[in-house]
Design a binder for this molecule. Structure first.
Ligand code: FAD
Ligand code: UDP
Length: 369
């Protein structure tokens, strides 16, 4: 039996923020454990033999409007000022995603594109983001045509691959992450702060955990009977913690197929989505993020699959009402426990981006302080 003051399960961003705050501001001892053989959780990256920083669990771009989060992480890193763009392979062309006015002009003949642009601006305004599910149902014949085109060519088949469901069967917030953008701005995110840590994400988390009050133990799965603690912070799956007694929370997983090529670049952009072709959803090419120079390149094909224990990893909570209900019942049980706190993508069963996971951990720290 190991006795600790603060036990943190999971060495991803959520766990690392709490460890750092407790160690530095409360001056208390922390043991942080992770079942994986590395720190960083899903943000783990490493430099390969060609000097390319590879994100082991898929392309990760830091973006936030939360200045507090940006300033906090900036203590641990300088940023490469990278602004993410995504292209979608649609009807034989690589067009900007989110689908925007440039995408329209790339795909449709000029008179048609001009008319669609005018109608969109008249109906919604310029520089406005319209979720695809809202773009359908305007009643205007031309806009209906456009909405159906975008729905079919950008969202439907990608979402079927990614989630095994149609866009309308998921919580609208999911496809709402990538709204149609009535703008000429080709960036994936419009957040004020965006970038890639110059030395990679793993080094950020390594610095967060480099404190005499913090002990890190890898390859260690949480077993309740092996620890006593004053406080427990659990960033693993909440249903697993309770032995699945109310049922299993479903997740989507991914299989990454990494391939190295003996050429400088494989594709024209860091990420290219393939909504309508192949069984993968997208290809990421890693050297773009930090502009790593090499005559080799590494890419990953991203194949979605259902999460199955022992076979793959939990990557995405499936945001649907019935799953939310089950989660709420687990949350009730969690709230009844003393000195035990759940957080993170798996602990909160929320589709957090990195900044939201960090903000949540900072907020929890303020609460326990
Ligand atoms: P995690 O990183 O999942 O960490 C949880 C840790 O807990 C893991 O290391 C796990 O091994 C450990 N653990 C779980 N159970 C146990 C147990 N029982 N015992 C011991 N250890 C345990 N966000 C962005 O902002 N930008 C992006 O571009 C972006 N891209 C993404 C792409 C993909 C494919 C995915 C899946 C996510 C992406 N995200 C992105 C989201 C980002 O990965 C998460 O926000 C972030 O990882 C959340 O950190 P976390 O600490 O909550 O969870
Ligand atoms: N999406 C889509 N086509 C695209 C990009 C996104 O249908 O070309 C939908 C899909 O359902 C996806 C969701 O929008 O799961 C959110 O996309 P995002 O790129 O934010 O997903 P993540 O990077 O988190 O996997």
């Amino acid at each position: 039996m190991t006795k600790v003051k603060n036990l943190i399960v999971g060495a991803g961003f959520s766990g690392a923020v709490l460890a750092h705050k407790i160690a530095t501001e409360l001056n208390e001892k922390v043991l942080i454990i992770d079942v994986k053989s590395h720190i960083g959780g899903n943000c783990y990256d490493y430099w390969d033999k060609n000097g390319i920083c590879v994100h082991q669990y898929g392309t990760h771009i830091f973006h936030t409007n939360l200045k507090e989060v940006w300033d906090y992480i900036s203590q641990f890193t300088k940023w490469y000022p990278y602004m993410h763009q995504v292209k979608g392979y649609i009807d034989g062309q690589e067009v900007p995603i989110p689908f925007n006015l440039n995408s329209i002009h790339q795909i449709f003949p000029k008179p048609m594109a001009d008319q669609l642009e005018q109608k969109l601006i008249a109906k919604f305004g310029f520089n406005v983001k319209v979720p695809i599910l809202k773009l359908r149902g305007t009643g205007d014949k031309d806009l209906e045509f456009l909405a159906n085109y975008i729905y079919e060519k950008v969202f439907l088949h990608y979402t079927l691959k990614q989630w095994g469901m149609k866009p309308e069967d998921l919580n609208p917030a999911v496809t709402g992450r990538v709204p149609v953008y009535i703008s000429r701005d080709n960036r994936y995110f419009q957040d004020s702060y965006q970038g890639i840590p110059m030395e990679g994400y793993t080094n950020v988390i390594k610095k967060m955990l480099a404190h005499p009050n913090i002990q890190v133990k890898l390859n260690t799965k949480f077993e309740q009977q092996q620890f006593t603690y004053d406080r427990l912070f659990y960033t693993g799956p909440i249903d697993e913690f309770f032995g699945y007694e109310l049922g299993k929370l479903p997740y989507r997983s991914l299989r990454f197929d990494f391939v190295e090529f003996e050429k400088s670049y494989f594709q024209s952009n860091s990420v290219i989505n393939y909504p309508n072709n192949y069984d993968f959803t997208r290809i990421g090419e890693y050297k773009y993020f930090l502009d790593n120079q090499s005559d080799k390149t590494v890419i990953s094909f991203e194949y979605p699959e259902m999460f199955e224990e022992g076979k793959n990893e939990r990557y995405y909570p499936i945001v649907k009402d019935e799953n939310q209900e089950l989660y709420s019942r687990y949350l009730e049980k969690a709230n009844a426990l003393k000195n035990t706190y759940f957080l993170g993508r798996l602990g909160d069963y929320k589709y957090y981006d990195m900044d939201k996971a960090i903000a949540r951990a900072l907020e929890l720290f303020r609460r326990i302080q």
